[in-house]
Write a protein that binds this ligand. Structure first.
Ligand SMILES: Cc1ncc(COP(=O)(O)O)c(C=O)c1O
Length: 289
């Protein structure tokens, strides 16, 4: 069987024919940024928004973008020709490979561009209907969590806390306030109102987090963006995770204790339905629109 096709610096190649210099700053320093775009039956969801966020991440790390949004969209379409169906497209841009290791950002380096696509499994019906378990931790990551950086050790270690507990995610608190989870945004519901932590440097501005907010507005679901305390999370009626691959997912136990009635709540079910309707409409649009 031939290896799946991936994109590397302008070429489409079987992934096992791609090799990267050990001096690449992505390898040495985690000096790079990335995106993950969900694709439903060949149609990317909010690809433009993902590439706009990639641009913001690159601006934050002072890395010149080798492509315009339109070029990125074209490259994604070309890669997807080799990957039909529901996919998660991964895009990574690192600062490139200099002659020697040095913290100082070198001038004139060519960035390394890598894209791959893998089949995407959205949450099972069981997970949607019964919700998932989460645990909590102090948010011990850095203060630039709005950059979608490949330096993910903090997120990896946070995720591992939930792995050890047999849970799906680790929900993080910084100085007594909710930030997000290791690879998802977090919403809570109290007395019928959805609460979302502010979009600042302490969370990644999820494309799904943003979509959930527009769906709430359009679907007349009450939603406030404001700081959420740890106590509010622990006494919430509902807790949700959101991400490109998890979509919206109910959390039904937190640190082993039931959330609300211990089942995904009515506001979650409404948002999940709005999300599925949005996806269904998307599938009727032409590929890579
Ligand atoms: C730390 C973190 N927060 C939030 C998200 C959700 O972002 P998106 O909805 O764009 O997938 C992710 C996605 O991987 C993430 O890694």
């Amino acid at each position: 069987m031939t290896a799946p096709i991936a994109h590397f610096n302008g070429k489409l190649l079987p992934i096992d024919q791609i090799s990267i210099s050990p001096l690449d700053r992505g390898f040495i320093f985690g000096d790079g940024v990335y995106e993950v775009i969900p694709v439903y039956n060949g149609v990317p969801l909010r690809a433009r928004e993902h590439f706009e966020r990639l641009q913001r991440s690159m601006d934050e790390i002072q890395l010149a973008n080798p492509h315009t949004v339109d070029e990125w969209m074209k490259l994604t379409g070309e890669l997807l020709r080799h990957h039909p169906g529901d996919q998660a497209v991964y895009i990574q841009v690192t600062r490139g490979a200099p002659q020697k290791r040095d913290h100082v950002i070198p001038k004139g380096l060519t960035p390394t561009v890598f894209m791959m696509s893998n089949p995407m499994a959205t949450p099972s019906r069981e997970a949607v209907e019964n919700g998932v378990a989460c645990v909590t931790s102090r948010d011990f990551r850095w203060e630039k969590c709005h950059v979608k950086s490949t330096s993910l050790l903090g997120n990896v270690l946070a995720r591992q806390i939930s792995v050890a507990a047999g849970a799906t995610e680790t929900i993080l608190f910084r100085d007594g306030f909710l930030t997000e989870a290791s690879s998802s945004n977090v919403f809570i519901v109290k007395n019928g109102v959805v609460l979302a932590p502010p979009r600042d440097n302490l969370i990644l501005m999820g494309i799904t987090y943003d979509l959930v907010q527009s769906l709430a507005r359009e679907g007349s679901v009450r939603l406030e963006v404001r700081q959420v305390t740890e106590a509010e999370v622990r006494s919430a009626d509902e807790i949700w995770l959101s991400s490109s691959t998890k979509e919206v997912l109910g959390v039904t136990t937190l640190d082993g204790k039931p959330v609300g009635g211990g089942k995904p709540g009515p506001v979650f079910r409404r948002m999940h339905a709005l999300y599925q309707e949005y996806k269904a409409k998307l599938a009727k649009r032409p590929v890579a629109a």
